[in-house]
Design a binder for this molecule. Structure first.
Ligand code: ATP
Ligand code: K
Ligand code: MG
Length: 670
């Protein structure tokens, strides 16, 4: 069983695996620890990760990056539109209001959903992992932003399924970071827990969590975020600055060229990184557009001024998280800064003045999410032994349920899971109905969500069921906010209790109570019915009721298997192209190797006419490879190689026989 953690970044993905000795971050084919979150469609094959990034400028319109921004989102959302304007590929609105990505590949117009693109990325990471571990993998833990809605979380689960992965948990990024921090922590205050603020500034978002640590236990007190603030926004500030400058200076409009925009944006990102270590930095791009070389220069002070509005915004989620944790600044022991976007020195300055202490960087800023996820995967694995450690996470959005008779007035204001509720968590609802009915799950407070994101989760049809009398029967509904942070009705049952005392069915038509894990079915003291009332029940009959769930923005089984089929086809195409390349390379290498041997080791083992025949054949093959044979099938290359071998093999056999004889003679003489 595999024990793998994936951090799917908006820019970089990291793979960590748990081994007996500890957690390792895996290297990819280029020996890098970070995998660009890029899927690029070339002429004949897809390039993903490092190869995808390399292929981006050559295929700007068919290179998909930042898919995490689009996952589970609606095309018409203003923030989605803002993102799409900056991305060079073509998109449209899908029939369900989702996003469709259009591109040209293999001489056809192809359409993919963001889920399919994410699946390609995950399949690539899976492949790297399998190559490293030399075994098949499926089980994993994947990090997700705390601000992801049920639709986005389900989208991740769908993508994982298409890629052949089985996430045992989708884990909040900051919770994973906290786990990796807490499990190794040995020093604690003499009294009370150690309260730590984690600030993760990524490529497109900023997440903050306040976590309290005690030996063997961590509890997330609050999550806050700005889903539209990250490293790329700082790149954009530089981009706009230089685009304006180049318009004046060189009379070029970078915005009008997708390729020039990609190149300038990439250069601005590099410039930003240089400014993290140096007080000033130059920008040089050759032949940016219209055959013009451009030059620029900026000082760190100037950059910080240009970015001052962004820097201000970093403190907002920090304040929110602190407020929601119920702690004051004095109660915070440490601020841990992670995410590569946080390497801008001005960010640390802002946090220092906000928390009145300098943030620490004890964690590996780019790997801590993946490492924490791998640890969690190990903890959830039945075969892996990890030290006892309890992780208590909380959910950042309030979740409500309504039925077709209006809001379900359970706890407060119809909210079943208030913001900050610990999860996984199971709760019971009681309704009184005598016929089929509908319920709806939704986020109670639009303001808690990222701006413009839909509050919809899913709707449920409960029933039909048969009641034994005309009066409304008691329906017990079990609701679960699961380990992934997805809420759902897991069961509904009809409880037919003919009660003497009608007052037990009180005027409020619903009630709910918390149910701890393990005693979900304990009916004896459920529903506020006192022991006295219970004794007066004549009979209790329970009957499971069928639930049909209609999830908002989800994929059907049929759509999922279609997507799996498509992914398989694409993967086979990639494999075919790779194998063809290998065969072509093998043929080319054989030509050079044989020519060399013919001049050296094989020289005295071939007749002149043999040498002539082989040489001219090698020559022909070489010319063919650069000409007609540049783009042939695997079969043709293999056949050519086999034909050459037929000519060269007899000579090789003679040579080998002679060599063996020489060795035997030497052994005899010794
Ligand atoms: P997200 O968490 O938003 O999904 P991610 O996890 O891919 O994205 P990270 O890898 O943590 O993001 O950070 C990427 C960002 O960090 C990029 O914007 C990159 O330019 C920026 N970055 C990397 N190194 C530096 C540096 N030395 N100085 C400033 N910024 C940097
Ligand atoms: K990352
Ligand atoms: Mg990240």
């Amino acid at each position: 069983m595999s024990v793998v953690g994936f951090d799917i970044g908006n820019e970089n993905c990291v793979i960590a695996v748990a081994k007996e000795r500890g957690i390792d971050v895996l290297l990819n084919e280029e020996s890098a620890r970070e995998n660009p979150a890029v899927v690029s469609f070339g002429e004949k094959q897809r390039f993903i990760g490092c190869a995808g990034a390399a292929s981006a400028t050559m295929h700007p319109k068919s290179t998909i990056s930042q898919v995490k921004r689009l996952i589970g989102r609606t095309f018409s959302e203003p923030t989605v539109q803002d993102d799409l304007r900056l991305l060079p590929f073509e998109t449209s609105e899908g029939p369900d209001g989702g996003i469709l990505i259009h591109l040209q590949y293999l001489d056809e117009k192809q359409t993919f959903t963001p889920i399919q693109i994410l699946a390609m990325l995950l399949a690539h990471l899976k492949q790297i992992t399998e190559k490293n571990l030399e075994m098949q993998i499926a089980n994993c833990v994947i990090g997700v932003p705390s601000y992801f809605t049920a639709t986005q979380r389900r989208a991740y689960l769908h993508a994982a399924e298409i890629a052949g992965l089985k996430p045992v948990r989708l884990m909040h990024d900051c919770t994973a970071i906290g786990l990796g921090y807490g499990i190794y922590k040995t020093e604690f205050p003499s009294r009370g827990p150690a309260n730590v603020v984690f600030v993760d500034v990524g490529h497109s978002d900023t997440q903050v969590a306040v976590v309290s640590f005690e030996p063997g236990h961590m509890k997330v007190l609050s999550h806050a975020f700005d889903s539209d603030l990250g490293g790329r926004d700082f790149d954009e500030v530089l981009f706009r600055h230089f685009a304006a400058q180049f318009k004046q200076q060189y009379n070029i409009d970078v915005y009008s060229s997708a390729r020039a925009s990609i190149r300038l944006r990439a250069s601005c990102e590099k410039l930003k990184k240089v400014l993290s270590a140096n007080p000033e930095a130059p920008l040089n791009i050759e032949c940016l557009m219209e055959e013009k070389d451009v030059k620029g220069y900026i000082k760190r002070d100037e950059f910080e001024k240009l970015a001052s509005a962004l820097l201000e915004r970093i403190s907002i989620p920090c304040r929110k998280a602190l407020h929601d944790s119920g702690l004051t600044v004095e109660k915070i022991h440490t601020v841990e800064l992670v995410g590569s976007g946080s390497r801008i020195p001005a960010i640390a300055k802002i946090l220092t003045s906000l928390f009145r202490k300098e943030p620490s960087r004890t964690l590996n800023a780019s790997e801590c999410v993946a490492r924490g996820c791998a640890l969690q995967c190990a903890m959830l694995s039945p075969i892996f032994r990890v030290r006892e450690y309890e992780v208590q996470d909380c959910f950042p959005f309030s979740i409500s349920f309504a039925s077709d008779e209006g809001p379900v007035c359970s706890l407060t204001d119809g909210v079943l899971f208030p913001k900050g509720n610990a999860f996984p968590s199971t709760k019971m609802l009681t309704l009184h109905r005598n016929d089929i009915f509908h319920m709806e799950a939704f986020y109670a407070n639009q303001k808690e969500l990222p701006s413009g994101v839909s509050t919809r989760i899913s709707s449920f049809k409960i029933g039909p069921f048969r009641v034994s009398h005309v009066e409304k029967s008691r329906i017990k509904i079990k609701v679960k906010l699961d380990l992934h942070g997805v809420v759902s009705i897991v069961s509904a049952s009809l409880v037919d209790d003919q009660v003497d005392d009608a007052t037990v069915r009180n005027s409020a038509n619903t009630q709910s109570e918390n149910v701890g894990p393990g005693n979900e079915e304990s009916f004896s003291n459920a529903n506020g019915t006192s022991g006295h009332d219970m004794r007066r029940l004549k009979a209790i009959r329970r009957q499971d009721i069928f639930i049909a769930e209609n999830v908002y923005g989800g994929m059907t089984r049929g759509e999922l298997s279609q997507a799996q089929e498509k992914e398989l086809q694409l993967a086979q195409q990639d494999l075919k192209v790779e194998r063809t390349k290998e065969k072509k390379n093998a043929l080319e290498a054989y030509v050079y190797e044989s020519r060399n041997k013919l001049l050296n080791t094989y020289r005295s083992f071939a007749t002149d006419s043999e040498k002539e025949g082989i040489s001219s054949n090698l020559q022909q093959t070489e010319e063919w490879l650069y000409d007609d044979g540049d783009d042939e099938s695997e079969y043709v290359y293999t056949e050519k190689l086999d034909n050459l071998k037929k000519m060269v093999d007899p000579i090789e056999i003679r040579y080998k026989e002679e060599e063996a004889r020489a060795v035997a003679t030497r052994d005899l003489l010794n």
